[in-house]
Design a protein around this ligand. Structure first.
Ligand code: FMN
Length: 387
């Protein structure tokens, strides 16, 4: 695929640089839909600030020549400790967004988690064969509909099921309100005039934009009406999510089962009693409860509560390989990235996501070398000081 940003290969040298290229590529409402957070965006900012408030304590005399970035997660070896987290409507950023990102993840030797709100179906991704593939779901008032998602993921050979717990009510994203962002996006003629610099993206998306939809919500033979589903989503989700539903889903799904959105140590401890296999310490990238603790600041409490009995992953604000190293030093088993892969997609499709993963791989490797660490398992809290 033709990249939309000239010379992106040279200019996209860091995740921040790729975000900047995406900002210049995407129409403002689409960029903000990905980039923004809820209300005053305090939590969004805290996520990144939390990494900056931890200093690395290197041991350069542990000279290391041969560094191993691989990890073992649920019986699978991943080449690096970064997975691609679930993002709805990835196909809004680049044609075939989810399939492209999943291919890039597989090529980098890591896992891709499909969102419930993907623009391809659960079956499309399964047929494409990228692996490992995880499936993220929500709890609907209609339990039969919820069950269908689980059964489709099982039939599609997905390796893990992720129940997102922090999105049963929709967050208040004020950038979207200010921009008049709608799903599907609608651009008035005046907006388009103001978007001259975004023409390459508009051209690239001209066939896909009208077709972008929540593909999993269509019944066989139907086409999903994006606007209608987006309007109904709030009413479909069940805000009365509890451990009872976690037990129910645990019974339905035989493979690794994770809860995403856990920040409180008491919920982490409770998860141990409900047959959960892993947790994702996350505040949804500050898109839901503004004022929530940074995920990195919540991590030590969550790790302590699970007493080493299940892996805890982290997302929210990863911008550098050193951020991943800090999370692992605090006990995370791995990290997930969401926005950076969307920005990679916007800039150069699959190659852009591949670049994002490659930047992180190199930065993790370099950080390990400078820290005197050969294997990620060597990392511990003694490699960090809280500022
Ligand atoms: C555009 C967008 C869509 C998202 N859609 C979902 C989703 O469907 N399900 C989910 O569990 N999380 C979703 N998330 C949250 C991410 O998985 C992740 O928790 C969050 O963005 C933090 O990671 P980041 O700082 O790397 O973006 C979405 C995030 C973004 C930016």
């Amino acid at each position: 695929m033709r990249a939309e940003v000239r010379d992106w290969g040279r200019k996209g040298y860091s995740l921040a640089a790729i975000r900047d290229l995406a900002r210049r590529t995407l129409p403002r409402p689409v960029f903000d839909f990905a980039d923004g957070g809820a209300e005053d965006e305090q939590t969004l900012r805290r996520n990144e600030a939390a990494f900056a408030s931890h200093d690395l304590l290197p041991r350069p005399l542990n000279g290391v020549d041969d560094r191993d970035l691989s990890i073992e997660l649920f019986g699978k070896r991943l080449a690096m400790p970064v997975l691609i987290g679930p993002t709805g409507l990835s196909g809004l950023f680049s044609p075939g967004g989810e399939l492209a990102a999943a291919r890039a993840a597989a090529a980098a030797g890591t896992a891709f988690c499909l969102s419930h709100a993907s623009t391809c179906t659960i079956e499309d991704l399964a047929a494409a064969g990228s692996a490992p593939r995880w499936m993220q779901i929500f709890l609907y008032r209609d339990r039969g509909f919820t069950r269908e998602f689980v059964e489709r993921a099982a039939a599609g050979g997905y390796d893990a099921l992720v129940l997102t717990t922090d999105n049963q009510l929709l967050g208040n994203r004020e950038r979207d309100i200010r921009n008049g962002f709608t799903i599907p996006p609608k651009f008035a003629p005046l907006d388009i005039l103001a978007m001259a610099g975004k023409l390459p993206w508009l051209l690239r998306m001209r066939r896909d934009l009208p077709r972008v939809t929540f593909a999993n919500y269509a019944r066989p033979g139907e086409t999903a009406d994006l606007a209608a589903i987006a309007g109904k989503m709030g009413g479909m989700l069940d805000p009365a999510l509890s451990w009872r539903e976690v037990d129910w889903l645990r019974g339905l799904w035989k493979g690794p089962f994770l809860l995403k959105g856990i920040l409180h140590p008491s919920e982490a401890a409770e998860a141990l009693k409900h047959g959960v296999d892993g947790l994702i310490c996350s505040n949804h990238g500050g898109r839901q409860l503004d004022g929530a603790i940074a995920s990195l600041d919540a991590l030590p409490g969550v790790i302590a509560a699970v007493e080493g009995r299940m892996p805890v992953l982290l997302d929210g604000g990863i911008q550098r390989g050193s951020d991943v190293v800090k999370a692992l030093a605090l006990g995370a088993a791995a990290c997930l990235i969401a926005r950076p892969q969307l920005f990679g997609l916007a800039v150069a499709g699959e190659a852009g996501v591949a670049r994002v993963l490659e930047i992180l791989r190199r930065e993790i490797d370099r950080t390990m070398g400078l820290m005197g660490v050969t294997r990620l398992a060597e990392l511990g809290p003694d490699y960090l000081r809280r500022r």
